[in-house]
Design a binder for this molecule. Structure first.
Ligand code: PLP
Length: 390
C-alpha cells in the first residue's frame, strides 16, 4: 500500500495534507521519497529554525540517547537545569517550567495566571486573530472562531478584543481581569505585527492594575525575528513567556518562563508533566542555543531578513497581486489581493516550500542560517509563479 493509502486507512483525518513524503532533510533542503529536492522556506511550521538535522543537534541527540533518555521530574537532571539557565540568561530574570508543546506551555501560563489571581481574578484578555494552540484551554484563548467552533462550551474567563487597539483592552478591564495574553507577531493570524506603542501601553496597564503580561513566543521565539525573543524588539519584559516550536531543534518541547518575582505562584504539586524537560530533549535544545550563538544566526536572520524583504518589495512593484510585505526579522508575510493557495501549490511543484495562512498571506520563515543564494533561488521561483498566476 502507498503511504497515502495507509494514512487514509489508519490515521484520523485532522489535517489537510500535501501528498509528499519526505525522507531526508539537511539545512534548508528536504528530499522526498522520489528523490526530488525541495528548498524549504517554512521549515516545520517554525520548528526547524536552525535548519533540518543540524549537525550539533544530531550529535547531541546521538550522544545523549546512548546515556539516558528520560527520567521523571521527581528527580533532578543536569541537562534540564542547564537548559533553564540558558533560557533565563538569554531572556529575563525568571524561572522555567518544561512542557512538551506550545499548547501545553500556554496551558501552564493560563493555570499560572489563575493561580496568581487566587480565586478572585481569573479573566484573561486575548486578541482576535491570535493562535495559542488546540487543547481546550489554549483553544479557548485563541481568537479565531473557526478553531473554536464545535467545541463549546469553551473554558470560561477569556475576553477577546481587537488586536493593536489599546482602547479595546481598556474597555474590557474589570476587577476579575488577571492577565493580557498575546503574540507580538500573529503567525497563524497572517503575520500581523504588534505596534511598539501598543505594547508599551499594555505593559503600563499591567503594572498599574497588577496584571500579568503573557507573551506567546511559541512561533516568534528562538531567533525567528532576528532577536532571541521577539519581546526584545519592544523594550519591555513579559511576566510570562511561552516557548515551544524551535526550542528543541525538532524534538517536542514547550516552556513557560515566569518572572522571578512571581515565580513562587506555582508551588509543589500545582502543575506537572511526565515528559517535560527530559535529558534527551534538553540536550538537543542546548545544542540549538549553542548553534545559534556560535554560528551567529541572529545576525544572519537580521541581515538576510532585510535583504529578503527588500527583494520581495521589488517583486511587489512587478506583481500587482502583492498588496503588502510585512516582517520582523525572518518572520515574513506577503499579503496578496488574491487567495494564496495556487501560489503555494505552484511553488511546491517547482520545489519551493512556503506556507499560506489567513487565506491570502504567504508566510515565509526560512531557517535562520539560510544563505543569500538560497533566498535568491526561492525568490526566482516565487517570481516565476506570480508571472503565471497574475
Ligand atoms: C504553533 C503555536 C502554538 C501551538 O503549539 P503546539 O506545539 O502545536 O501545541 C501556540 N502558539 C503559537 C503562537 C503557535 O504558533
Amino acid at each position: 500500500m502507498k503511504t497515502t493509502d495507509i494514512y487514509d486507512k489508519y490515521i484520523l483525518n485532522t489535517y489537510s495534507r500535501t501528498p509528499i513524503s519526505f525522507v531526508q532533510g539537511h539545512g534548508s533542503e528536504l528530499v522526498d521519497e522520489n528523490g526530488k529536492v525541495y528548498l524549504d522556506f517554512f521549515p516545520g511550521w517554525g520548528v526547524s529554525n536552525i535548519g533540518h538535522t543540524h549537525p550539533k543537534v544530531v550529535e547531541a541527540i546521538q550522544k545523549q540517547a546512548d546515556k539516558l533518555i528520560h527520567v521523571p521530574n521527581s528527580f533532578y537532571n543536569s541537562l534540564q537545569a542547564r537548559l533553564a539557565q540558558k533560557i533565563v540568561e538569554t531572556s529575563f530574570n525568571s524561572k522555567v517550567f518544561f512542557a512538551n508543546s506550545g499548547a501545553e506551555a500556554n496551558e501552564a501560563a493560563i493555570k499560572f495566571a489563575r493561580a496568581y489571581g487566587a480565586g478572585t481574578r481569573y479573566e484573561i484578555i486575548t486578541t482576535s486573530g491570535s493562535f495559542h494552540g488546540r487543547t481546550m484551554g489554549a483553544l479557548s484563548a485563541t481568537g479565531q472562531d473557526k478553531i473554536q467552533k464545535g467545541f463549546e462550551p469553551l473554558l470560561t474567563g477569556f475576553r477577546r478584543v481587537a488586536f493593536n487597539n489599546i482602547q479595546a483592552i481598556k474597555s474590557e478591564l474589570n476587577d476579575k481581569t488577571v492577565a493580557i495574553m498575546l503574540e507580538l507577531v500573529q503567525g497563524e493570524g497572517g503575520i500581523r505585527i504588534a505596534e511598539q506603542e501598543y505594547i508599551r501601553e499594555i505593559r503600563q496597564l499591567c503594572h498599574k492594575f497588577d496584571l500579568l503580561l503573557i507573551i506567546d513566543e511559541v512561533q516568534t521565539g528562538i531567533g525567528r525575528t532576528g532577536a532571541m525573543y521577539a519581546y526584545q524588539h519592544y523594550g519591555i519584559e513579559p511576566d510570562l513567556m511561552t516557548l515551544a516550536k524551535s526550542l528543541g531543534g525538532g524534538l517536542p518541547i514547550g516552556a513557560l518562563v515566569a518572572k522571578a518575582s512571581i515565580a513562587d505562584t506555582f508551588g509543589h504539586g500545582m502543575h506537572g508533566s511526565t515528559f517535560g524537560g527530559s535529558p534527551l530533549i534538553c540536550a538537543a535544545s542546548l545544542a540549538v542555543f549553542e548553534a545559534i550563538e556560535e554560528e551567529e544566526m541572529l545576525e544572519n536572520a537580521k541581515k538576510i531578513g532585510k535583504y529578503f524583504v527588500s527583494e520581495l518589495n521589488k517583486l511587489k512593484e512587478k506583481h500587482k497581486i502583492i498588496k503588502e510585505v510585512r516582517n520582523l526579522g525572518l518572520m515574513i508575510g506577503v499579503e496578496l489581493t488574491i487567495p494564496g493557495k495556487d501560489i503555494y501549490e505552484k511553488c511546491l511543484e517547482k520545489g519551493l516550500i512556503i506556507n499560506c495562512t489567513s487565506e491570502n498571506v504567504l508566510r515565509l520563515m526560512p531557517a535562520l542560517n539560510i544563505t543569500k543564494s538560497q533566498i535568491d533561488e526561492g525568490l526566482q521561483i516565487i517570481d516565476e509563479v506570480m508571472k503565471v498566476i497574475a
